[in-house]
Each structure stands twice: as C-alpha cells, then as structure tokens.
Design a protein around this ligand. Sequence first.
Ligand code: CIZ
Length: 314
Amino acid sequence: EYRDLDEDERTARIEAAREALGDDVVVLGHNYQRREIVEHADFVGDSYQLSKEAANADADYVVFGGVTFMAESADIITDDSQSVILPSMEASCPMAGMAEALQVDAAWTEITAAAPDQTIIPITYMNSYADLKAFCAEQGGLVCTSSNAADAFEWAFERGDKVLFLPDKHLGENTAHRLGLADSTAEWDPWDPEGKDADEVADADIILWDGYCQVHERFTAEHVADLRERRPDANVVVHPECRREVVEAADVVGSTSTITQTVEDAEPGETWAIGTEIHLAKHLDRWHPRWRCYHSAATPAWTATRCGRSTRTT
Ligand code: CIZ
C-alpha cells in the first residue's frame, strides 16, 4: 500500500505514526538505504553501530531500515523487551544468502575431515544470518565486522591452526593480505563438487568461502586506472568487500563508517572517488552541500566527490 503513495503522502503518514508512538520507537537507517528511508531515521550508520544505538535507546520498538541480517543483529544486541521490526522481509542481502547455515554445516564436515589434526576456527562477517553466527560461535569461532576482521583473524590464530572465513571471499582475501598470509589461502566453492581439493584445504591457513557482494564486485582495477587518468587529482577510497586489485589500487580502504569519515575529513579542494554502494555516496553529497558528487555512467556505483567546490565539471 505504501509503495503506491506519492512521497508527500507517505512522509505525512510516517510523521503521524512517529508522533503517535513518540519515544516508544526508534528508527534506524543503514548507510546503504535510499534518501526517502534515511530521512526518517533517528540514526544513520553501519549495521553494528545502529544495533548498539538501538540497544542504548529507551524504545520498545526498533524499526530497522536495512536488510534481514541487520535486523537480526539488532535483535541479538537489543534487550529482550525491545521488538525489532524489519519493514520488508523482501529486503535481503544476497551475500548473506550465499552461506546458509545448513550448507555450511555440511561443508564443515568435509573441511574438518580434510585437516583432521588441525583446529579450524570459523569466522563469519556481520553480513550473514543469525543461524550462521550461532554456528560459528558453537564451533569456537566468532563474528567480525569489516573494521575488525584482521583482529578477529589474529584472535583465531592464537587459538587454532586455520581460519574458515564466511561468507565474503574478498574481505577474507584482503584481510589475509593485510596479515601477510596471502600465499596461504584456499577457496571453498560449495556449489562446485569438483572444486574441493582436500590437499589445498589441508595446506592453507585461511579457507575462503566463495561468497561476494554483488555491488562491490562490480568495481574493477580498470575503473580505478580509468578514473586516475581522467581525474589525476582524485584520491580513491573503497570498501574492503571490493576485489583485491581494486583495494590494492585505492588510497584508503574501510567500512562505510571509515568512508564517511574519510570524506568528512577531506580538505577543501580534494577530490575523493568513492567505491561503495551508490546511496552512501549520494548521502555524503546531500549532507555536505559544499561538495559536489560526480556519478560515472560507466560504473553506476562509482562516485567522485570534489570537496569545497561548487561547480560541476564533468
Ligand atoms: O555492516 C555494515 O553495516 C555493512 C553492510 C558494511 C559496512 O562497512 O558498514
């Protein structure tokens, strides 16, 4: 019903509902959500940060403008007396769906059989479903964010011989590089029965589940090279869910909070090209009107922000 309303009518209804509920409700807007969603949010940020805001809020109802795994995370972190509401159950993260707990459970049997004398610690990224998070915890592993993945790996290597990282192979690979373990990774493709090489798994320190983010995977090293040629003044900040070559070609790599902070800390006149979900780049443009954003037609999620200028040049 809400989808068919025009924006003014929808806004009026949301505001009326918020007024009626008062402090009983807190509305969270993830960085990746569209303007029409984050405009109604009490807090905008990454999923872990928002879940903590919800837990600190004195509200019985938490409306999460985000995807299913985010609402689940908020439900885990908030008090039992708080109800977390996801407005649309259709809003899901394809990467989280690439590592279903049942499928991981079956793979776990094969992976542990391939390295019987070794302790394998499973680590799952925040971008995964609650039952997979529970599985990792039960197996002596943990959950990490993109900001603390390297710390999580170090924690795991103090306790075991290998890490199984789920579901994002790019974040796993980028973290392995950061820790100097790039030569000791193996990929686990759960959809390819031929692709599971027990020797490779036995030799590797880090086993990467073959999942990925469909948005961040669209950025290529050629895009960065092309951008640097057209805009030699541009600095590049990308998310660690991007491919290894893209991360290597960037000036700064970090979570959505780091990307936001990097752009906010930029000096007037600096140009930053942002490699992440397009809505975050658009929010940064809107929240800081002294900056201009350039959206490249070739790579729809690629944005360059020139700080402190008011003229559009491309
Ligand atoms: O956990 C989050 O919010 C996501 C999806 C990414 C990030 O870097 O904040």
